[in-house]
Design a protein around this ligand. Structure first.
Ligand SMILES: NC(=O)c1ccc[n+]([C@@H]2O[C@H](COP(=O)([O-])OP(=O)(O)OC[C@H]3O[C@@H](n4cnc5c(N)ncnc54)[C@H](OP(=O)(O)O)[C@@H]3O)[C@@H](O)[C@H]2O)c1
Length: 315
């Protein structure tokens, strides 16, 4: 299918690498504000359609699917324009800056009868799908606890989006959404109790941690941050064993430990791994679906609500 990119920043660059490995999926047009970065991006990736007006990109008859990859602070604003074109939209995570914004986007997508999905690419990796099957099979019994950390070190730079409140910066909303979504996926529900803390600078959480309690009794401990490298793993404690997933946000293997010993489940893929998310969107669009059964829209709204509660906790 033919895609149109809205935003040509860091994530657009990375996802392009996946498109280059997928001959049936092409990026045919791109939009960004600045002419200079638009031309540089399109030259680099040989993209013919070049726009500095959002409406023009959305209306390009060559474009079949829109990929919204501007900073999340402007997702809703850009979405309002894009949705009128009546084309399917993959919107980068987090979809909105709050549950209210996310809900608005979901409502508009439904009113226009279009496909919409939050870009939770972590959901579609072979190892993540294996984990979902493991939970459903109850082979290890019930899942009790999840511990997941998505932290990395990014030197403080007040010009960078991560550190700017006016650009929606902050660790929990930008990065912590992955460990949160992992816990919600394992327990199949959203937390009822949230206890969160953060180390902030200029009203932006540089590091954040949360303890979550789920209605069925599951507990989770999640961390995210731009200060301090972490192993970025997820540990899931089941009744009859444990699963450790290194690099859980783009996993290639899992280690399952039971009383019978240790088993390594290896499901490798080529970096960067965005192909699974792209395939899911195209599969849903081809099937005429308006949302992905693996990343439903209500889940995006509920994740945003859980994030809202964390930010309320420390504000
Ligand atoms: N899935 C993932 O692994 C992943 C990883 C990173 C980020 N993300 C998500 O992707 C989104 C974009 O992040 P990024 O790191 O790619 O951001 P970025 O590097 O700052 O790039 C933002 C892009 O949006 C454009 N843009 C258009 N209108 C804008 C406005 N009003 N304000 C600022 N920029 C505007 C910028 O245009 P100009 O070139 O004209 O400035 C630039 O092309 C975020 O929601 C983020 O959470 C996802």
């Amino acid at each position: 299918m033919k895609w149109g990119f809205v935003g040509t920043g860091r994530i657009a660059e990375r996802i392009m690498e996946a498109f280059k490995q997928m001959p049936a999926s092409t990026v045919t047009a791109a939009y960004t504000r600045r002419e200079e970065s638009l031309q540089a991006f399109c030259d680099r990736w040989q993209i013919p359609g070049r726009y500095t007006a959002l409406e023009a990109l959305a209306a390009d008859p060559e474009v079949e699917i829109l990929y919204l990859a501007t900073p999340h602070i402007v997702h809703l604003e850009h979405f309002r324009t894009l949705v009128r074109a009546g084309k399917p939209i993959l919107c980068e995570k987090p979809m909105g800056m709050s549950a209210q914004e996310t809900e608005k986007m979901v409502r508009m997508a439904r009113e226009h009868g279009i496909f919409l999905m939050e870009g939770m690419w972590t959901r579609f990796f072979p190892i993540t799908r294996w984990l979902r099957r493991l939970v459903a099979s109850e082979e290890l019994g019930r899942a009790y606890n999840v511990m997941a950390d998505f932290s990395y070190h990014s030197p403080y730079d007040p010009a960078l989006r991560f550190f700017r409140r006016d650009l929606g910066g902050g660790a929990m909303r930008g990065a912590g959404i992955y460990p949160l979504a992992m816990a919600a996926m394992v327990f199949g529900e959203m937390p009822v109790d949230v206890c969160a803390m953060a180390q902030q600078k200029n009203d932006v959480d540089l590091r954040s941690a949360a303890l979550l309690r789920f209605p069925g009794g599951g507990l989770a401990q999640i961390m995210s941050g731009f200060q301090g490298e972490s192993v970025q793993g997820a540990n899931i404690a089941f009744e009859k064993g444990a699963v450790w997933i290194p690099d859980f946000w783009h996993p290639q293997r899992a280690i399952m430990r039971t009383q019978h010993g240790e088993r390594v489940i290896s499901l490798p893929f080529d970096f960067p791994g965005f192909q699974f998310e792209i395939e899911e969107v195209e599969r849903c669009v081809a099937a005429g679906l308006q949302e992905s059964p693996e990343m439903p829209l209500q889940e995006s709204v509920d994740l945003a609500a859980a994030l809202d509660r964390m930010y309320e906790n420390w504000q």
